[in-house]
Design a protein around this ligand. Sequence first.
Ligand code: IMP
Length: 432
Amino acid sequence: MKTRSPASATALVGLQFGDEGKGKLVDWFAEQFGLIIRYNGGANAGHTVQNALGTFKLHLVPSGIFTNGAQCFLGNGAVVDPEQLVLELGALREAGIDTRGFFLSSKAHLVMPWHKVEDVLFDKARGKDAIGTTGRGIGPCYVDKVNRCGIRVGTLLDQRMLRERVHVAYTTKVHALRRQFPTVDFTIPKEDAIIAQLQKSTETLGEYIANTDVLARIAWKNGTRILLEAAQATMIDLEFGTYPYVTSSLATSAGACSGSGLPPTAIESVVGVAKAYTTRVGNGPFPTELFDESGETLRAAGQEFGTTTGRPRRCGWFDAPLVRYACNVNGADKVFLTKLDVLSALPSLRICVAYDFRGEIRIAPPGPQEPYEEFTPVYEDLPGWHTPIAGVTSWDALPDAAKRYVDRIEEMIGVPVATVATGPAREHIIVR
Ligand code: IMP
């Protein structure tokens, strides 16, 4: 009879619209794990990690790469821009980071040059309904995956297969694009140039390509503690986010299994990461968005500019119904709250505790048939703390108003806030 291996995996997910500071937390948290697997998304993600080794902006390599001795996988649920990955691994090695523990799933899909062109052209064609994508080819790459005409990373290892697949995709895609956008001047390299570039990338990437899902299951059976690292977040998740203003991958804890190859029985805990206020980059609903000076103050104090595109992030108050919904979707059993120190910049604070929808009080975000624009936040006002708290590492050292703010969030979302981050560095964290 088979005995079941004990669950030893923790999923770490974003609870808002992305950019919650997951990179920093993975860097800090990863020390407790022997294997870290990033399971979704592609180079649309931007994780900033600041530690004793320097400041790093990661797009594809898991933020756990700085943990000595740990293995780091980019799982099958991710989409990979090979040139970007080569650059990223090169920059890490140049900074003296050991990348030998990194492995790339042979089942992940390749972002091809036409995907990036499609991404930009299709989003532009949406006009006023544009999603505001990062332009990294993510949506079109996942479309091809689902349409069963994508090219997987493992193909890089077989020259004949690579040529065949690129040829079929190139002829269909590039011709279709030229037909669909006859008046637009776009550039896609020639087929031979694309193959040559892929071969060049393979010289670096070849040694990292592996059956990471098989390796992940072996590690789990052997009792290795595993961290499943999400990119993006619940409210821009393909299934549970503010569709269609979402990304094209599965960013919730449900995606942690399909994107890594671990079965659901391997997961013992889900950590949700939320910012102490809300930000969003790109278009789409944002009930608590601020259009006044407070929003500007948050953007400046929190350095709220996209890591991937440099776009200014939209800023607003903490939205408790939204984060509670995200906790429920993910089954979060603890929450890591980030950037509490940024709120020192504001004299008084607000938390959205419910929405008013046509005179009716709602405590959950709208369904797809209900217009988000008609969900007006109902706010609770809280005092600010008028003092800098950047770098504070003990709960007791926080001003009472800051403690009250965190306690109130905890009450509203119904999940314990286990840590509070007070600055960008690894050690700027309060463990409660
Ligand atoms: P895409 O993922 O490039 O297709 O973009 C779809 C939407 O998700 C856009 O609104 C992007 O701004 C947003 N998005 C994608 N990745 C991230 C991220 O890592 N952080 C925050 N927003 C993101």
